[in-house]
Each structure stands twice: as structure tokens, then as C-alpha cells.
Design a binder for this molecule. Structure first.
Ligand SMILES: Nc1nc2c(c(=O)[nH]1)N(C=O)[C@@H](CNc1ccc(C(=O)N[C@@H](CCC(=O)O)C(=O)O)cc1)CN2
Ligand SMILES: Nc1ncnc2c1ncn2[C@@H]1O[C@H](COP(=O)(O)OP(=O)(O)OP(=O)(O)O)[C@@H](O)[C@H]1O
Length: 205
């Protein structure tokens, strides 16, 4: 693998390679990874005390965090999904997700709760109102640095983390095969509290 990423071109190439890696996992490997991830997550103190958590519906080989939902429901935890904000460039809202939530496809083809419904029922929150955010990662390193899809969606939505005030726990999740030696840290990157894979938990520092 590459030792350093000096250009945007290198970063794009690495993102492409890591996306290819997770997409080449078999359905069986995906299923096993999802179960192992769920097991790792349930052990985390941050998850055991969460009341409002956002996760995501997996696409294109992303590790599946949704096996956690029944366990969260039993504990009375409110579950949210990211929704693209219509009038705010590349940032996210978080909308309550239930079995009967009306869903629509966003411009990337990812199912998300219908915001018209969410607005009416006041079930739409900015990230600061959550206590845990589960982020889908394309790549991560041993320092828990992250690489996402490249849209800056989570970084923009979490920019408030730099200011005083309430701060959710940020947990990146990924397949173990998405780990690399080192990722470049960009000025806008918001640090994670941990990265959780199907095989281990990585904390920064
Ligand atoms: N499951 C899931 N949901 C998520 C994210 C995610 O990474 N995974 N996001 C995390 O940010 C947000 C959506 N961000 C995304 C950013 C880029 C692409 C994407 O597929 N881009 C295409 C090319 C762009 C296009 O189609 O116009 C690509 O890279 O091939 C998808 C989602 C919110 N929801
Ligand atoms: N807080 C911010 N304000 C303005 N632009 C931002 C902010 N955060 C990130 N960006 C922009 O978003 C773009 C994508 O950033 P980057 O490549 O780090 O995405 P990513 O972290 O992989 O994606 P994501 O956050 O969606 O998982 C960059 O061009 C960056 O300038």
C-alpha cells in the first residue's frame, strides 16, 4: 500500500481501492462481519449508555450496522438515519427511523426517511442533539483517522464539534480490510472517539 498521500489524486486512488476491497467481500463474509461488528459495538460503554443514536443503511459493500437495531429498541434507544439536507450543501440531518417510517431514495440511491414526514413530526435533529453517531468509513488507520465517501457530509455536519457545547460520541465503523497504514489528516477532519471493525476497536492516541 501507499506510504503517504501527497495529492488529491492519491487520495482518490486509495478511496477507489478501499471501496473495491469492501465490495469484493462475499455475502457470507458480509454477514459474518455484520454479526462480529454488532458484538463489538454492544461491548462499548458509549453504546451501552446511548439514548439517541444515528446509524446508516449500508450500500456498496459497507459493513452493516443495522443488526444492532433490535437490541437498541429493547433498551428504548431512539434510532436515527442521516438525510441529505435539501438547502444546505453537502450536509446532513438525522431523522427518526422506525419500521413504518416512509422512505425515499436520495440522489445517491440510498434510502432515507422522507423529510416531509420528519419535519411535520419534529423528528429531525442536527447531529449535536444525538449522543452517538455511527459513521460509515471507506478507510481508517491505527490512529482512528478516517476517510469517507469524499463528499465531506459528515465533516460538515460535525463541524460544531470544534466549538464548546454538547458533543456526541463519534464511532466510525468499517470492515477490518479497510485499514491502511496511515491516512492524511485534513484541516476539516473531525476526530473520532473510536473505529470499530468486525475484528477490533481502534482508539486515537
Ligand atoms: N450508507 C451510507 N449512507 C450515507 C453516507 C454513506 O457514506 N453511506 N453518507 C456519507 O457521506 C452520506 C451520503 N454521502 C455519499 C457521498 C457519495 C456517494 C457516492 O456514491 N458517490 C458516487 C458518485 C457521486 C454521484 O453519484 O453523483 C461515487 O462515489 O461513486 C454516496 C453517498 C449520507 N448517507
Ligand atoms: N466543515 C467543512 N466546511 C466546508 N467544507 C468542508 C468541511 N468539511 C469538509 N469539507 C470539504 O468536503 C470535501 C470532502 O472532504 P473529504 O475528502 O475529507 O471527505 P470525507 O471525510 O471522505 O467524506 P465524508 O465526511 O462525507 O465521510 C473537501 O473538499 C473539503 O474541503
Amino acid at each position: 500500500m501507499m506510504h503517504s498521500l501527497h495529492s488529491a489524486e492519491d487520495k482518490r486512488a486509495l478511496r477507489r481501492e478501499l471501496r473495491r476491497r469492501r465490495q469484493s467481500l462475499s455475502p457470507r463474509e458480509q454477514r459474518d462481519a455484520a454479526h462480529r461488528l454488532c458484538h463489538q459495538l454492544k461491548r462499548l460503554p458509549e453504546i451501552r449508555r446511548t439514548r439517541r443514536i444515528s446509524l446508516y443503511l449500508p450500500v456498496m459493500g459497507e459493513i452493516d450496522p443495522t443488526l444492532l437495531i433490535p437490541w437498541l429498541r429493547k433498551r428504548g434507544v431512539a434510532v436515527y438515519l442521516p438525510v441529505l439536507r435539501p438547502l444546505s450543501h453537502n450536509s446532513l440531518w438525522f431523522v427518526a427511523y422506525h419500521a413504518n417510517t416512509p422512505m425515499v431514495k436520495n440522489r445517491f440511491g440510498i434510502a432515507e426517511p422522507d423529510t416531509r414526514f420528519a419535519a411535520k413530526h419534529q423528528r429531525r435533529l442536527p447531529a449535536w442533539a444525538l449522543d452517538t453517531v455511527i459513521l460509515p468509513l471507506v478507510g481508517f488507520d491505527a490512529q482512528a483517522n478516517r476517510m469517507g465517501m469524499g463528499g465531506g457530509f459528515y465533516d460538515r455536519s460535525l463541524a460544531f464539534m470544534r466549538r464548546p457545547g454538547p458533543k456526541p460520541t463519534l464511532l466510525g465503523v468499517a470492515h477490518a480490510c479497510q485499514q491502511v497504514n496511515a491516512l492524511p489528516v485534513e484541516p476539516w477532519d473531525i476526530p473520532l472517539n473510536a473505529v470499530v471493525s468486525d475484528q477490533h476497536i481502534v482508539r486515537p492516541g
